[in-house]
Design a protein around this ligand. Sequence first.
Ligand code: THU
Length: 130
Amino acid sequence: MSQDLFEAARDAMALCHAPYSKFPVGAAIRAEDGAIYAGANIEVLSFPEGWCAETTAIGHMIMAGARRIREVAVIAEKLELCPPCGGCRQRLAEFADPDTLIHLCDAQGVKQTLRMDELLPFGFKTEVIG
Ligand code: THU
């Protein structure tokens, strides 16, 4: 069931633009509309301005009109498991639910699965804005 999400993340990773770090990452989101939105990391010469695979995938989801994340898969070519960075945890959490599953994958498939609220306990939230 998460095999398709793993494959989408793996295939997206091959499309990364990571000439500086040479550290390919892929991510795939299953959204509330049932569709899969994938992304890879994209780097630019001004190093801090590049962005993560998860962020690319969220952008694709939003631009397709979907708003809620049901499931996520992440894979990095050179790391056994690639837990999303802190900034991506915040971005994912804003479109996910506390029990949304995040699958960490290697080249063979899903190796570890965590809940969103395990990845980002006590994340930033406020009713004051928006
Ligand atoms: N990267 C991701 O795409 N996702 C993460 O969760 C961690 C890091 C990317 C950013 C950069 O292009 C490369 O990995 C090395 O940090």
